[in-house]
Design a protein around this ligand. Structure first.
Ligand SMILES: [Zn+2]
Ligand SMILES: [Zn+2]
Length: 350
């Protein structure tokens, strides 16, 4: 099998020929069909995250071992089953849920494997989808894609389920008034279609890039605001018809964190999703005085991905803009993503 692997942090992915694995136990072997490219791939490539105050979170300390095949938004066709695997068909195409826990702890038993302290995330801690084959440890992580476009479905495994989980954390507020969304990258654009499908009032999108602001308008944003404008907070509040009760930050920079804080009313909620990096810029007494809820959202659960695919089918959620590329173009496409020039999602075909 051919894989594109990270052999060294901050170096281009290297093409490697490896023996195609034979599935053991409950393993399922799939042939790659579509592989979405995510911003987290750039953090993996960098080897860490900026924690602000001059600190960095090292992925090596968090258990990431190289060489590693990246790619966690993967659609594949089943080619072989391990002796104990059942419930999926050879020749059929599935979406792979990559946020796999140890499978043997109270957190995993509760169904939220994403929060497991010994994760086996595909494309992060185990080999992922930038390859022509991939092994998944159990068929329960494979979701039926009947009736859905395979390329459009790949991003649901990460940007889709993350966005859906964040929108659910907004609760009933989405039905009452427009919410505010920071960032019109893959997640921000995805959230607009999902918000509509969930029956929400819509969203004001804050984005510094003009091309992405246009993409947000095309994806159904009620209004767009340039986050770098001097009066950005006033513009956001005006466009949202008042200080927004719920804001979702898909960027996670010091600039977006400061802006959402300034826009929040008393009792407001800020849901943090993006991992751009930095330190919190908030005056601590004002968190109490404004009675704010600042909630983190990390990925989403298997159950939420099942719900999401149901929603996409029932409400015919339109796909976000997609750029198709060959797996061999992965390094060039990662550079384009880093330069902020990707509108929507890049999907690689192995
Ligand atoms: Zn991702
Ligand atoms: Zn576990």
């Amino acid at each position: 099998m051919k894989s594109y692997r990270l052999q060294e942090f901050k170096k281009p992915l290297a093409s490697e020929q490896l023996a195609t694995p034979s599935p053991h136990g409950s393993d399922v072997l799939l042939k790659g069909v579509a592989a979405g490219m995510c911003h987290s791939d750039l953090h993996l490539w960098d080897g860490g995250y900026d924690l602000g105050h001059g600190d960095r979170l090292s992925l090596t300390d968090r258990g990431v071992r190289l060489p590693l095949t990246l790619g966690h938004e993967t659609v594949g066709e089943v080619v072989a089953l391990g002796p104990e695997a059942k419930g999926v068909e050879v020749g059929k195409t599935y979406l792979i849920f990559p946020w796999i826990g140890c499978g043997d702890c109270p957190v995993c038993f509760s169904g939220n494997e994403t929060y497991c302290s010994k994760p086996r995330f595909l494309g992060i801690l185990r080999d992922g989808g930038y390859a022509d084959h991939i092994v998944v440890p159990h068929s329960k992580y494979l979701l039926d894609l009947s009736g859905l476009d395979f390329n459009a479905a790949a991003p649901y495994a990460c940007s889709g389920v993350t966005t859906y989980s964040a929108l659910k954390k907004a609760g009933s507020a989405i039905y009452e008034a427009p919410i505010v969304i920071f960032g019109a990258g893959g997640l921000g654009l995805m959230s607009l279609g999902l918000l509509k499908a969930m029956g929400g009032k819509g969203a004001v999108v804050v984005e510094v890039d003009n091309q992405k602001r246009n993409a947000a308008i095309n994806a159904g944003a009620l209004a767009v605001v340039d986050g770098l404008a001097k009066d950005a907070a006033d513009q956001i509040i005006r466009a949202a018809g008042g200080a927004p009760k719920v804001q979702i930050d898909f960027v996670g920079s010091e600039q977006t964190a400061a802006l959402s804080f300034n826009c929040a009313p008393k009792g407001g909620k800020i849901i943090m999703v993006g991992l751009f990096g930095g330190a919190a810029p908030w005056p601590l007494p004002l968190i109490a005085m404004k009675a704010l809820t600042i909630q983190g959202n990390y990925l989403g659960s298997l159950e939420e991905l099942v719900e999401l695919l149901d929603l996409v089918r029932k409400k015919s959620v339109p796909p976000i803009p997609i750029t198709l590329a060959k797996l061999d173009e992965v390094n060039g496409m990662l550079d384009t993503l880093r330069a902020g020039k990707v509108v929507g999602r890049v999907i690689l075909s192995p």
